[in-house]
Design a protein around this ligand. Structure first.
Ligand SMILES: *[C@@H]1O[C@H](CO)[C@@H](O)[C@H](O)[C@H]1NC(C)=O
Length: 492
């Protein structure tokens, strides 16, 4: 087919992405064949396919990597970190406990009044934003600021919060930066992320820094547990439901933690805990397998990212990246198939301009003319008046990317269930297993959540599916940390 014919065919046909002038120009500059939007969608769909057979391979690879990571330090892309959490809440906990949640430009302090079987009697929290200069200043300045807020928080305590007589206040500390945990209540900072940069802190025990500041500020409180937010989610989930043994975070990033038998951790050389169990922080975002359906969009996004080659699984399934993948596909369609007419919308070149909440809103648009899609394209990408056919394509791409992510997350969960022998019969019965879920992606992206749940059912089969539950376990980094302070109390 000659150039002119192609142009003519586009003008004549009711092509969804028609822009004859541009295509002809494109073809003259470029020897690539003209690719219609439909072809790009088809190709994407094909490359993103996740048939059950593939998901099973991925689940098996996850199980294998879990074994390898538990066997030796650095034995796998999965770090399988020992958290020193060998006790999870039982609902016998009593009294008031505190949490400090530091993981971004805000931090939170909270307290909970625990009343045994009747659960959380009261809770209260305060949120404080961190002045930017403290994020890059001296460690003392940052931690003094936090300790001073803790002092205020204690001073403002309502009498309904009752410390058990003769007891010191106890705190769970969620510190959402990479930490090398040394014990339940100590760990050294590996590196700062999220805009923090306090050089002197790297390699230091973050709990020791906090303690020193509490001393300086006259805060009489013991730090009983240093925890990762995923571990907090597991604790919070277990408190709500005794069958919780796995926690998965699907938010901006993604991670998972679960309860492992101490005997199944060859690299653990410490004394076996009384419970015989240990919570493992998988750091599963770094999982990688040749079975993962990676496309050119994933590969270039990864190559241009701040951590190329790392967090490959996270880049497929988590909220930070789904919107960006959508942008990359739309950009290619705009370029090669004139999805938005004869100009490539300049905004579409900006990385991360399409955020996952926006993608979610477009994906869930049920209006007959896809009004929300039209609005988002106009507001974010400054593309006015998109025809319905274009909007439909955008929704289709959202669906392909979100479906792949959700199905891969389900495969990862199956991998964990297999590792702990909860993917089927055990001693002649199917035990109940509950997975505590947290994160904005899981909570708000309904189609993603539904697809994940449906896929997990499909993977474990009807019989087992009745015994596998997912519960939304909000606020692990807060309440979960306070609960961990309670079950790692100095008074036990
Ligand atoms: C703990 O959580 C944060 C944020 O959720 C993450 O970035 C960090 O790498 C995690 N792991 C460790 C071992 O600190």
């Amino acid at each position: 087919m000659g150039k002119v014919t192609v142009g003519a065919a586009v003008i004549g046909g009711a092509a969804v992405c028609a822009a004859a002038a541009y295509i002809v120009r494109f073809r003259m500059r470029n020897s690539d064949p003209y690719v219609k939007c439909g072809d790009i969608v088809k190709e994407l769909e094909e490359k993103c396919r996740t048939p059950v057979s593939k998901l099973r391979h991925i689940a098996d690879a996850m199980t294998v990597e879990m074994h390898a990571g538990l066997a030796s330090e650095g034995g796998s892309k999965l770090k399988m970190l020992i958290t020193y959490v060998d006790n999870l809440p039982t609902r016998d906990e009593q009294g008031v406990y505190y949490a400090l949640d530091l993981g971004g430009t805000n931090f939170r302090v909270l307290r909970v009044q625990l009343a045994g079987k009747s659960g959380i009697e009261y809770k209260e929290f305060a949120e404080v934003s961190i002045p930017p200069e403290l994020m890059v200043g001296a460690p003392e300045a940052l931690f003094d600021y936090i300790a001073a807020e803790l002092a205020k928080f204690i001073a403002s305590e309502n009498e309904k919060f009752r410390l058990l007589p003769g007891r010191q206040r106890e705190l769970g500390f969620t510190f959402s930066f990479p930490v090398l945990q040394l014990s339940i209540d100590s760990g050294t900072l590996i590196r700062w992320t999220k805009g923090f940069s306090i050089g002197e802190m790297v390699g230091k025990d973050v709990v020791a820094e906090l303690r020193k500041a509490m001393d300086r500020q006259g805060v009489d409180m013991r730090v009983s547990a240093l925890v990762n937010d995923t571990v907090g989610t597991l604790a919070g989930g277990r408190y709500d439901n005794k069958d919780v043994a796995v926690a998965v975070i699907l938010g901006t990033g993604s991670n998972a933690a679960y309860v492992e038998r101490a005997q199944a951790i060859p690299k653990w050389h410490g004394p076996h805990p009384k419970s015989g169990e240990m919570v493992i922080n998988m750091e599963w975002g770094n999982f990688k397998s040749s079975h993962l359906p990676l496309t050119e969009y994933d590969n270039t996004m990864d190559a241009e990212s701040l951590n190329p080659g790392e967090q490959i699984y996270e880049k497929l399934i988590s909220g930070m990246y789904l919107g960006e993948l959508l942008r990359r596909v739309l950009y290619r369609m705009a370029n090669e198939a004139a999805l938005f007419g004869d100009m490539v919308p300049p905004k579409l070149k900006t990385q991360f301009i399409l955020r996952t909440p926006e993608m979610c809103a477009m994906h869930h648009d049920t209006s007959p003319d896809l009004k929300v899609v039209g609005e988002k394209l106009k507001d974010i990408l400054e593309i006015p008046n998109t025809p319905l056919s274009t909007r439909k394509i955008v929704v289709e791409v959202c669906n392909i990317i979100a479906t792949r992510g959700a199905r891969l997350a389900a495969a990862g969960i199956l991998g964990i269930l297999k590792k702990i022998g909860r993917d089927g019969f055990r001693d002649g019965a199917i035990p109940e297993i509950v997975i505590a879920m947290d994160g904005g992606l899981y909570e708000h992206y309904t189609k993603y959540r539904n697809c994940l749940e449906k896929t997990l059912e499909e993977l474990v089969g009807d019989k087992v599916a009745n015994h596998v539950k997912l519960i939304l376990s909000n606020d692990g980094s807060g309440i979960g940390a306070a609960l961990l302070a309670a079950c790692h109390s100095q008074y036990i």
